[in-house]
Design a protein. Structure first.
Length: 505
C-alpha cells in the first residue's frame, strides 16, 4: 500500500477564511493537536503577510518537531528570504512558493508573460534551495491553465530543485474526471516528474474539493492538501478528515494508507471549530453532530440488529465520545479527572482545579452532565485564563414593560474591581454598553449567535460573537447556562483579544 502525505493548511489557507483570525497561542494549540493527529506537514502560515503570522510561524517552527513545518511565500526573492527567517528554526523546514500559471491570472492580475512567470518561478525556487532542500512549488489556478504550459513550468521548477510540485484547483472549478486527467497528464508529460512529489490542493466552490482530491490520488498524486473541517477561502478547502476516512474506509478501493491517528480526528475538529469560531454543520461528513445518528425507525432497527446495516464507520474510530449521560452532582474529583482523561484532556493542577469548580457549579444547575457539557466547560476555563478583564458579577432586568438595564462588575488588569451600569434596547445591548463604559475600546459588533450545547431547557448556551476594530475581526466565545452571562463572557473574550493585539503593536 502506498502512503499518502497529509499536508495540513488549516493555519494558512484555513485562517484565510473571512473572520477566522487566530492569535499566536491559538495557532500553537492547533499545531500541537495537528502533531498529535499525525499530519506529515503543517503549513504554519504566510509570514510575509503580517508580523503576527511571522511570529506564529517562528514559534511553531521552534516547538513542533515531528511534522515538516512549511511556510507559504510569494514568488519574490525578498519574500523568500523573509520566509526563511520565520521557518529556519524548524527541525524539518520547507518553503512553499506560489505563483499563478493561468492566462486569466497572468493577463488580468499579474500582467506578465508566460516566459516571465517561468523565470520568476525558477529564480525563487533557486533562492529557496540556498536555504533548504525541501521546496514546494504551486502553480496557482493550475486547473484553468493550458496543460502544456503546466508541464513546461513543472519541468523547469523540478530541474531547478523543487521537491514537491502542487497542482491546485484554486477556484474550485474542476470536475473530478477532468482534474484526474490533468494529474495523469502531468505524470505522462513532465519528463522529470519522478524526481518530485506530486501534490494536489482543491477548493470547494462547487462542493467537489474532496472528490477532486480523491480522484487525483487514484491517478497517482501522493500528497494531498486540505484543512480540518474544510475551512478556508470562500467555500473552503478539501476537508482533510473526509479524505483520510475515505482512504481508510475504502482501502479496498484506493489501496492507500496515511500516518494519521484517526482517533484524534474528532478532538482536532472540535478544537479548530472552537478557536476559529466556525461551527461544524450538523450534517457534515465524519465530524458533524448527526454524522453517526440514526433517526428513522427503519435505520435504528437495522443498527440495533447489526451496526453495519447502516453504519460504514465506527464513531470510535474518529474518537467521537459516546453521548451517554456521564456525571452529576455527586461525582467527585477522581471521577471528573478520569472522565477528562477519557475525553483526551490532560490539564495542569491549576487548570484542573478551576475546571472542577466550574463543573460543580454547573452540576448544581444541571443534574445530568454530558461529554459535550464538559468540553464546553473546559473550553470556557481555558479561554479565561490569560484574559486581562474578567467577568465578576452581572445583573440584568428586562421584559416587555421595563427598560432593559444591566449592572456589571469586572476584574481589571491589576485585579481592581470596576463597576458600572447601562440601559439598552435589550438585555444583551445593555450588558455590552455597560462593558463598553468600563473597558472603553471602540469596536463594531458584526456577528452574534447563540446555540445550545445539548438538548434540554437546562442546557449550556454557547455564544459566538465577532467584533471589528480598525479593519480587524476578533472572535469571542462564552458559555454558561444563562445566555446573557454567556453573551457577556463572549464579549469580554473578544475585547481581551483586541486589547492583546493592541498591546503588541
Ligand atoms: O488555492 C491555492 O491555489 C493556494 C496555493 C497557495 C496553493 O492556496
Ligand atoms: Zn488554497
Amino acid at each position: 500500500m502506498d502512503k499518502v502525505t497529509i499536508f495540513d493548511t488549516t493555519l494558512r489557507d484555513g485562517e484565510q477564511a473571512a473572520g477566522g483570525t487566530l492569535n499566536i497561542q491559538e495557532k500553537l494549540e492547533i499545531a500541537r493537536q495537528l502533531e498529535t493527529l499525525g499530519v506529515d506537514i503543517i503549513e504554519a502560515g504566510f509570514p510575509v503577510t503580517s508580523p503576527g503570522d511571522f511570529e506564529a510561524v517562528k514559534r511553531i517552527a521552534q516547538e513542533i518537531r515531528t511534522p515538516v513545518i512549511c511556510v507559504l511565500t510569494h514568488a519574490n526573492l525578498a519574500a523568500v528570504d523573509q520566509s526563511w527567517e520565520a521557518v529556519k528554526g524548524a527541525k524539518q523546514p520547507c518553503i512553499h512558493i506560489v505563483l499563478s500559471s493561468s492566462d486569466t491570472h497572468l493577463f488580468y492580475q499579474l500582467r506578465k508573460s508566460r516566459d516571465e512567470i517561468l523565470e520568476m518561478s525558477c529564480s525563487t525556487v533557486a533562492r529557496a534551495k540556498k536555504y533548504v532542500n525541501n521546496v514546494e512549488f504551486s502553480a496557482m489556478d493550475a486547473s484553468r491553465t493550458d496543460p502544456e504550459y503546466i508541464y513546461q513550468l513543472l519541468k523547469a521548477v523540478i530541474d531547478t530543485g523543487a521537491t514537491t510540485v502542487n497542482i491546485p484547483d484554486t477556484v474550485g472549478y474542476a470536475m473530478p474526471d477532468e482534474f484526474g486527467q490533468l494529474i495523469e497528464g502531468v505524470f505522462k508529460n513532465v519528463p522529470n516528474i519522478d524526481q518530485a512529489m506530486v501534490s494536489v490542493h482543491c477548493h470547494n466552490d462547487l462542493g467537489l474539493a474532496v472528490a477532486n482530491s480523491l480522484e487525483a490520488l487514484k491517478r497517482g498524486a501522493r500528497q494531498v492538501e486540505g484543512t480540518i473541517n474544510g475551512i478556508g477561502e470562500r467555500a473552503g478547502n478539501a476537508s482533510l478528515e473526509e479524505i483520510i476516512m475515505a482512504i481508510q474506509t475504502r482501502q479496498d478501493f484506493y489501496n492507500l494508507t496515511t500516518s494519521i491517528d484517526t482517533k484524534q480526528i474528532y478532538k482536532t475538529s472540535r478544537l479548530v471549530s472552537e478557536l476559529t469560531g466556525f461551527p461544524v454543520q450538523p450534517n457534515k461528513a465524519i465530524v458533524g453532530a448527526n454524522a453517526f445518528r440514526h433517526s428513522s425507525g427503519l435505520h435504528q432497527d437495522g443498527v440495533i440488529k447489526m451496526r453495519g446495516t447502516f453504519e460504514i464507520m465506527d464513531p470510535k474510530s474518529i474518537g467521537m465520545p459516546a453521548s451517554s449521560l456521564v456525571l452529576g452532582k455527586t461525582s467527585g474529583r477522581h471521577g471528573f479527572r478520569e472522565h477528562l482523561a477519557e475525553l483526551g484532556y490532560s490539564l495542569s493542577e491549576a487548570d484542573f482545579d478551576r475546571a472542577f469548580t466550574a463543573f460543580k457549579e454547573l452540576a448544581d444547575k444541571k443534574p445530568e452532565i454530558t461529554d459535550r457539557d464538559i468540553e464546553s466547560l473546559v473550553a470556557e476555563e481555558k479561554r479565561t485564563v490569560s484574559q486581562v478583564y474578567h467577568l465578576d458579577r452581572l445583573q440584568v432586568t428586562c421584559g416587555d414593560r421595563g427598560i432593559p438595564t444591566a449592572a456589571i462588575r469586572l476584574i481589571g488588569p491589576e485585579g481592581q474591581i470596576l463597576a458600572d451600569a447601562s440601559l439598552g434596547t435589550g438585555p444583551v445591548d445593555a450588558v455590552y454598553k455597560a462593558i463598553n463604559r468600563l473597558v472603553g475600546v471602540s469596536n463594531t459588533l458584526t456577528e452574534f449567535s447563540v446555540k445550545s450545547v445539548t438538548e434540554g431547557i437546562d442546557a449550556i448556551g454557547e455564544v459566538l460573537i465577532r467584533i471589528e476594530s480598525e479593519g480587524i475581526t476578533y472572535t469571542g466565545r462564552g458559555a454558561d447556562t444563562d445566555i446573557i452571562v454567556a453573551s457577556a463572557k463572549a464579549y469580554i473574550n473578544a475585547l481581551n483579544r483586541l486589547l492583546a493585539d493592541n498591546q503588541k503593536s
